[in-house]
Design a protein around this ligand. Sequence first.
Ligand SMILES: *[C@@H]1O[C@H](CO)[C@@H](O)[C@H](O)[C@H]1NC(C)=O
Ligand SMILES: *[C@@H]1O[C@H](CO)[C@@H](O)[C@H](O)[C@H]1NC(C)=O
Length: 340
Amino acid sequence: MASRHSIAVVLLALLAAHTVDAAARLVPSAAAAVAAELPAATPAPAAAAAAAAPAAPAIEVRHSVHPEALPSMGSKELRRHFLVDRLFAPGEVALTYTHEDRMIVGGATPLPGAPLALPSDRAIAKSIGRPTFLASRELAAINVGGPGRVVADGAAFDLAPLDALYVPMGTSAVKFESADKDRPAKFYLLSCPAHKQHAAAKISPRNATKVVTAGAGDTANNRTLYHLVAPGGIDSDQITFGVTFLADGSVWNTMPAHLHDRRSEIYMYFNMAPDTRVVHLMGEPDETRHILVANEQAVVSPSWSIHSGAGTAAYSFVWAMCGENRLMPDIEPVAMATLQ
Ligand SMILES: *[C@@H]1O[C@H](CO)[C@@H](O)[C@H](O)[C@H]1NC(C)=O
Ligand SMILES: *[C@@H]1O[C@H](CO)[C@@H](O)[C@H](O)[C@H]1NC(C)=O
């Protein structure tokens, strides 16, 4: 079987050629102000409303977890709180809102001929407290599927596989399209609060200017990191976003581990065969737990948690951080002897 890394290389080579009612939780005056900004709900006839089944949550909400809660969690609870296993649902924009640095993580998987919009409906507006998704947020997207296109306020960006796009705060409408009827695009999405508008920009591992090689074959962690929406790449307010490819035979990422208490991080593992897994480690260094992660699933790392994994084969992953700063050197290395 072709290794994942060769697939990534071939791809690169080829290319070189439960809904929270946020408003209700605000102080009454602020709630009224938000309610006034929200699009009006279509009033449903009373009988129909009573008969209607509860609507699927527009956005799944994950609350913050205190590190002392981790040791008592079993696999189910760990997965419920930290694993995001529904990213690429055909014909859907699937979104999860985590209170860890208020990152929104998700996927847009448009069916050919059926563009999808980044939702700005009432339920979403209530979750984020603003009338449109990007009113005070920014968005990074990377295409891990077939060729596609993102249209941001009328500006079209064609995204080949592994192309990434930064969509600034203040963009009112974002649309996702697939270009190939046999191979739908899969846009992995990461959004954070923003307070400043930067320029929309496209970048890919092919023209990334900050590329870092790390590790070695001997230690099974030979890998290449492409900084995309990050210092040395595209400018943003909070988002730091890039992609890492492991070389054949390498399976470890981020070991020795590190912490960055001023930023939370989300990993999205991809380029994995269906029967492979990454054993992802999390927790405070002296109290670690693991989550088994499959292809195209994401794991949330609170700022107090290490985030490191070993795969049953090589894989790729998108890393994304938000928090106080975008300073890569602002990490605290974790000594191997500390890990338990
Ligand atoms: C990278 O290349 C694409 C064309 O594929 C171009 O649109 C984009 O502006 C380039 N980005 C950078 C940061 O050089
Ligand atoms: C990492 O892998 C690449 C590609 O297989 C290889 O060329 C390089 O020598 C390796 N580097 C180390 C330090 O093992």
